[in-house]
Ligand binder design. Structure first.
Ligand code: NAD
Length: 453
């Protein structure tokens, strides 16, 4: 059994069966058998079932948000927002079965046409930071395209995924279409990656595990989507609205206690605005309410585990340039206060590695060209923000940054209808947006001769 711990109390909140290779094989077998009923289902019927699932999820928002808040240690307001987005994701992709268009292509001697065919069984492997939300980004388009799914949640946060499986059945998904196996990544995740009957693995997690998955998938030429780590930049020019940019910076890096692949953990500030920006940032950080995830007023919860807290603390050794430190409750719970290091050089460890906790680095820059080269000086390229009142500069910098998702004078990275994914070692493939269901299909080309050859 897996003992599921509540990070705010350090107490066990549930026990769930720990899957192994046998359970993964059984789930893949069930998913493979279910293909024969799911794949040929008329698109409108698949749509109806997915819409029904969205409806059941909508009815369960408060239950699922409580589970996610307690199990992942995230503020209940954030958890509710995430589950509401899960509902939106299923509704959005419920329309996809009827929109997986092919093409007709002008050729000689006949008619040439393309079809979007489902891949088969899709393995979905997700992390613990946004457990159900990230699962939905993969499960919904995969099912919409006519695939069946085996979902492996992170060992620390399996509860909402297990509920999703039940809710799917209640909504009328045929048995075997959506299967969930909770268990260790090194056993269950690895087996999914190596299983010859799994056609694609859609993975979100660390760049290190992403590399292992890419190697494991090579043996069966498995299709992959990899959404990996990040070390994103929040670029603040001196001509920006400093009130707004400083007020927005804490949410951009301390949201989900910094355990966010999109965290703008490098705050690049034009040197001439450094002091006034830091003053405003200090006011914003000290007013952050860190506390009980189930309290409606909380804005930041604990970290996911003692190990994660230890890893985060290693980035703030004695003598680190701590410029701002917020507050956090003392135990029990894996608390860590929001912390800003300033000034930091982009070559320091805290500026190079993904911290995955509430620690931000402020890095000064001299001009636009240095801002771009510092922002791009990382192995990652997932997200980022640009703050300036000069529209042309904003667009120049946006085009120059090597990153998949950018916002100008805003923090947001994720919307149901827009593509999300990384450059460089932040991964490959795109999720969300109008084309995500196509990433769960193969293109088949068919030529129909209308003239004798
Ligand atoms: P992780 O890589 O340790 O684990 C992610 C998932 O992979 C878990 O389900 C785990 O059990 C499984 N896994 C572990 N080893 C495996 C193996 N050898 N084969 C197959 N599966 C295996 O990541 P984590 O600690 O759960 O999450 C944090 C990481 O996820 C961070 O690096 C973060 O940036 C990244 N992340 C990326 C995005 C994105 O969209 N780019 C979103 C959220 C999190």
């Amino acid at each position: 059994m897996i003992s599921v711990v509540e990070p705010a109390t350090e107490e066990v909140m549930a026990q769930v069966p720990r899957g192994g290779v046998e359970e993964v094989d059984a789930a893949v077998g069930a998913a493979k058998r279910a293909l024969s009923s799911w794949r040929p289902l008329p698109p409108r019927e698949r749509s109806t079932l997915l819409q029904r699932l969205a409806g059941e999820l909508l009815r369960s928002v408060s239950e699922l948000a409580q589970l996610e808040a307690r199990n992942a240690g995230k503020p209940i307001r954030d958890a509710r927002g995430e589950i509401e987005m899960v509902v939106d994701v299923f509704s959005y992709y419920a329309a996809a079965p009827q929109r997986l268009f092919g093409q007709t292509i002008p050729v000689e001697g006949g008619v040439d046409m393309t079809f979007r065919e489902p891949l088969g069984v899709v393995g979905v492997i997700v992390p613990w930071n946004f457990p159900l939300l990230i699962a939905s980004w993969k499960v919904a388009p995969a099912l919409a395209a006519g695939n069946t799914v085996v979902l492996k949640p992170a060992e620390l946060t399996p509860l909402t995924a297990l509920r999703l499986e039940q809710i799917g059945l209640e909504a009328g998904l045929p048995e075997g279409v959506l299967n969930v196996v909770a268990g260790p990544g090194s056993v269950c995740g690895k087996r999914l990656v190596e299983h010859p009957d799994v056609a694609k693995v859609a993975f979100t997690g660390s760049t290190e595990v992403g590399r292992q998955i890419a190697q494991g998938a090579a043996a069966t030429i498995k299709r992959l989507t990899l959404e990996l780590g990040g070390k994103s930049a929040n670029v603040v020019f001196a001509d920006a609205d400093l009130e707004r940019s400083a007020a927005a910076a804490p949410a951009a890096v301390f949201g989900n206690a910094g355990q966010d692949c999109c965290a703008r953990s490098r705050i690049l500030v034009e040197r001439s605005a450094l002091e006034p920006f830091l003053e405003r940032l200090e006011a914003a950080v000290s007013s952050l309410r860190v506390g009980d995830p189930l309290d409606e007023a909380s804005e930041m919860g604990p970290l996911i585990s003692a190990g994660q807290r230890e890893a985060v603390a290693s980035f703030v050794p004695d003598g680190a340039p701590v410029a701002i430190r917020g507050t956090a409750p003392s135990g029990p719970g894996y608390w860590y206060p929001p912390t800003v290091l300033a000034p930091v050089s982009n070559s320091d460890r805290a500026a190079r590695e993904e911290i995955f906790g509430p620690v931000a680095c402020v890095i000064p820059f001299a001009d636009e060209s240095e801002a771009v080269s510092l922002a791009n000086d990382t192995i990652y390229g997932l997200s980022g923000s640009i703050w300036t009142s000069d529209g042309a500069k904003a667009l120049r910098v946006a085009r120059a940054l090597e990153t998949g998702v950018l916002s100008i004078n805003s923090n947001t990275s994720v919307r149901v209808g827009t593509p999300f994914g990384g450059f460089k070692q932040s991964g490959y493939g795109r999720e969300l947006g109008p084309d995500a269901a196509e990433q769960y299909t193969e293109t088949k080309n068919v030529f129909y001769a209308t003239q004798a050859a």
